[in-house]
Design a protein around this ligand. Structure first.
Ligand SMILES: Nc1ncnc2c1ncn2[C@@H]1O[C@H](COP(=O)(O)OP(=O)(O)OP(=O)(O)O)[C@@H](O)[C@H]1O
Length: 613
């Protein structure tokens, strides 16, 4: 733990300032994004801030006039006294204070609204960017960390916006106050700046350390989130209770979070200690300046009004400068996070510059899987080890094999989610990597075994198979009838509009088999050229599975389809069956042909049949 902290320090010390300043480069682009979201609101906010930037000096100046006027009037005899100027300035000060207060509220309001708009818009940007990433990229931990950082730092970016605007406002205030000081006592400024600079560098140093700690802990933080999720969640509650896992999960969480706490504590304690020391220097400088001004008044160089103006300006300036420096470090800290966001949305997507081949409107010959080898990125193990076979147009294939044999992987390669490490897949003689992946994948209707249970309505859950047809009720009902989801829907109080899951009000949880029926309907939502069902019926009862496949076979007459199933009653309906064993095809043929061979297929079939006897 200590070693990790030292290495963070070592790597950071040299580049502290440089990194902070470099990160500020992203701020103009950030503000361009905010401006584009709502130019009118942005402009209003800027104008309001411009006015309020001058309010401190105006109020101090009026205060000086009021005090000098009081002293002047009190030195006059009763007959000579005229308080009209005095009251005019009191009224003026009151007006400025009220206006400034109202403006402050308007600034907060527009800040909040712009923050909301920005947060919504950047979330959409992140969602859209995620869509462009390939499955391989999304499964890569480095990419995933980038996505995570971009996603979780939205609030930090919203704060960055108001902090930067506050900073600009503060700069104008500071300049106006400095102008006042220069007019009377320029020496005071040097004293002021000298006392504040050390705390500025101190802040920058620690903010960089905090950032690099947070960054180097991205995957651990993800683990913490995950542990928090499984430890306190209705989906996992059954197992957590039954297996008595609470202590295991809580201990694992505590161990990890304690480490992070210690590392972070180390940084924040030092930051506070140094910060306090430098702040005391600031206070001393203020009183030094105060004594200096008092002497100038006593020696008759300055008036009492000027004393209140100067000491007020000095104090204000000190606060503003301190706020300026601490804001600067917060801004540079958030700007480092901003870099993560832009790094993510600027991620290069591998788009070949070549022209894509045309997708065949109807499959004529079919697929040729030629000497296919595959290893998952970052993995040593070869999952597919030289697979060769053809799928003729209109053929119904089934893949069988034991767990981990490579069936789903083969489907993912046919869908073009990954590039083979060796060999190729051809569709009607064209290597599938020549097709535009989006158009190519649109040819398929696929349901995976780990299909997603969207906590939307049933109707939406079916329509995700072809979301453009969300309003086509007939189509949704036809798809539901084919997958037997219509039986589930008829039992729901809200029918097709039934909210599913337990997350939202009126949500209805479904059984595993009911979910499968709903998900299966997605495959029927479009006239896909190729239908692939990867074990989506494992939770159906025997009769339901038989009904589902009978419908599937009837519907897909003349269409190419692939089924993965561990149930031989289903598999035997296929025209041809491929038996995968440890990444290789051990045999293929019709059910009868395979039964005649003395291989894995007949062995597994007999085993399953024996189970039913
Ligand atoms: N995303 C991944 N990254 C790395 N390895 C993976 C990934 N997905 C699967 N594997 C590995 O690839 C091998 C084949 O997995 P695959 O899912 O293709 O098997 P399967 O035949 O479909 O098994 P099952 O019948 O259990 O669904 C397994 O050893 C698995 O651990």
């Amino acid at each position: 733990m200590a070693r990790q902290f030292t290495s963070i320090k070592k790597s950071q010390n040299k580049t502290d300032l440089k990194q902070s300043f470099k990160a500020l480069r992203y701020i103009p682009r950030f503000f361009k994004e905010i401006w584009q979201i709502n130019p009118k609101m942005f402009l209003t906010n800027a104008l309001l801030r411009l006015f309020n930037a001058f309010s401190p000096i105006i109020i101090l100046w009026i205060g000086k006039i009021i005090i000098d006027e009081i002293i002047k009037q009190t030195s006059l005899s009763g007959a000579e006294q005229d308080f009209s100027t005095l009251w005019k300035f009191v009224a003026l000060e009151l007006t400025v204070v009220i206006i400034s207060d109202v403006i402050n509220r308007l600034i907060n309001l527009t800040d909040g609204l712009m923050g909301d708009l920005y947060s919504n818009s950047s979330s959409v940007t992140i969602i859209n960017k995620t869509k462009e990433l390939s499955i391989a990229q999304l499964e890569d931990p480095d990419f995933y960390d980038k996505l995570e950082r971009a996603r979780t730092q939205t609030s930090s970016r919203v704060n960055l916006m108001s902090n930067t605007l506050n900073q600009l406002q503060s700069i104008i205030s500071i300049l106006s106050l400095i102008a006042g000081l220069i007019y009377f006592e320029p020496l005071l400024i040097i004293l002021l700046v000298l006392s504040i600079i050390p705390s500025f560098f101190n802040e920058i140093k620690f903010s960089n350390q905090r950032y690099s700690l947070a960054r180097s802990w991205t995957s651990e933080r993800r683990e913490l989130d995950y542990l928090r999720y499984i430890g306190a969640n209705s989906n996992t509650a059954k197992e957590i209770k039954l297996f008595g896992l609470t202590k295991f999960v809580a201990d694992r969480f505590r161990n990890l979070s304690d480490k992070y706490y210690e590392l972070n504590k180390n940084i924040v304690v030092k930051r506070t200690a140094y910060g306090t020391l430098f702040n005391i220097l600031g206070v001393l400088s203020y009183y030094g300046a105060y004594v200096f001004i008092i002497f100038r008044v006593l020696s008759g160089v300055l008036t009492i009004g000027e004393l209140t103006f100067l000491s007020g300006s000095f104090n204000r300036l000190r606060n503003n400068l301190q706020q300026f420096f601490s804001l600067f470090t917060r801004i540079s800290e958030s700007a480092l996070y901003l870099k993560d966001y832009f790094d993510f949305i600027d991620l290069k997507i591998d788009k070949p510059s070549k022209k894509y081949a045309d997708i065949p409107a109807d499959i004529k010959e079919g697929f040729v899987i030629d000497n296919l080898h595959f290893r998952y990125p970052g993995s040593e193990d070869e999952v597919l080890k030289g697979v060769n076979f053809k799928i003729k147009a209109g053929e119904k294939m089934a893949f069988v094999g034991q767990n981990g044999a490579g069936k789903t992987t083969l489907i993912k390669l046919i869908l073009g989610f990954y590039e083979p490490t060796e060999g190729a897949i051809y569709l009607d003689g064209i290597n599938i990597n020549q097709f535009d992946p989006i158009k190519y994948q649109a040819m398929f209707g696929v349901i995976f075994q780990d299909f997603f249970r969207y906590e939307f309505t049933i109707k939406e859950n079916i329509a995700v198979g072809n979301i453009d047809e969300l309003d086509d009720q007939d189509r949704i009902e036809r798809a539901a009838a084919l997958s037997l989801a219509d039986q589930v829907i008829s039992e729901m109080p809200d029918g097709y509009d039934q909210q599913l899951g337990r997350r939202f009000v009126k949500g209805q949880e479904l059984s595993g088999g009911q979910w499968q029926k709903v998900a299966l309907a997605r495959a029927y939502m479009k006239d896909a050229n190729v239908l692939i069902l990867d074990e989506p019926t494992s939770a159906l009862d025997a009769r339901a599975e038989f009904d589902v496949f009978e419908r599937f076979i009837n519907l897909t007459k003349g269409k190419t389809s692939i089924i993965i199933s561990h149930r031989f009653s289903t598999v035997r309906m296929a025209d041809r069956i491929i038996v995968l064993e440890d990444g290789k095809i051990s045999s293929m043929g019709t059910h009868e042909e395979l039964m005649d061979m003395d291989g894995l297929y007949s062995e597994l079939f007999e085993l399953q049949a024996a189970g039913y006897q």
